[in-house]
Design a protein around this ligand. Sequence first.
Ligand code: GAL
Ligand code: CA
Length: 347
Amino acid sequence: MRKSMRRFILVLSTIYMYSSLISCNSRNNEEEDLNDIKIGISVYEQDDIFISSIISNIENITKEKRSEGSYSITLNVEDAKSNQYNQNEQVDMFIDQGYDVMCINLVDRRSAATIINKAKNANIPVIFFNREPVEEDMNMWSKVYYVGAQAEQSGMMQGDIVIEKYKKNPRDVDKNGDGKVQYVMLEGEQGHQDASIRTEYSIKRLVDNGIKVEKLGSEVANWSRTEASEKVARWIEKYNDKVELIISNNDDMALGAIDVLNKSKIKNNMPLIVGVDGIKDALKAIDNGEMTGTVISDAYKQGKAIFDTALRVSSESILDKDNGIDARYIRIPHVIVTKENVGEYIR
Ligand code: GAL
Ligand code: CA
């Protein structure tokens, strides 16, 4: 058991003993209230594969903690179905029902202020995750937290996968040998920090390492496998086998690219394809050689950080302040996966 949790339970039992001294009647109610931690989660879109894996990790961690039996946890996961209005309603519901902490995966990352104001009025800490509020909003209140990935690092690591290949044999990347890497970019979602930062840093990394690049196209495919397939189909029509590299802001879109490439006439002369996330199907595609590599954005560690932060901050009012909760930004580092090490990650 973590030290802070031990302390938390100690404080709880002290309060419980104290309250049972002053009022025998309210004893049972007090006990129930103090030991039940209510965590409300709202995700922007439950169909998003990466988000759903963060959630299932949180659910599993919650189950483990529950079975430790020292306190109970109520976990409620709501799906905003890509609609900010739905999400705001879910926040109102969490507040009305007296939740201790809210974990919010914003639909629109520029809409954090409305939610922060609601949370602040009700004095319920809020942990945003994966879709990062702008700094100005993060600074509106001290009980606002963010858990996510290090977006710059994921972009740079995508670049590193390509650089590694290039160093071994430039012609494996620059297939037509014209001294430039012809690439296309599959972008996640307009306005999403992970999309714009990955797009920028992946290319910057290549250029900083002396690799000349030529952009043939760039399209927003909203993290979606099917949308990515459509965009890539058009590029194949236009450029045939001229595309040497597909950089995708996430794995699901990279898989969409592979879906159409496999059905096309350039099936046997596939471009290099790199993604981000490390979802199961992408690891399989790397293992069987269809995909060059990915960058794992650790859905377990992010889920764990959300859960741990939720427990810590929901009990903040009765804990002393020196327990490390002032880290308001928690960013989980990435790992590069290619054919060489994919065996360690495939389950
Ligand atoms: C990104 C992830 C995408 C998608 C998105 C949702 O970090 O790479 O696959 O899940 O978050 O906000
Ligand atoms: Ca070339």
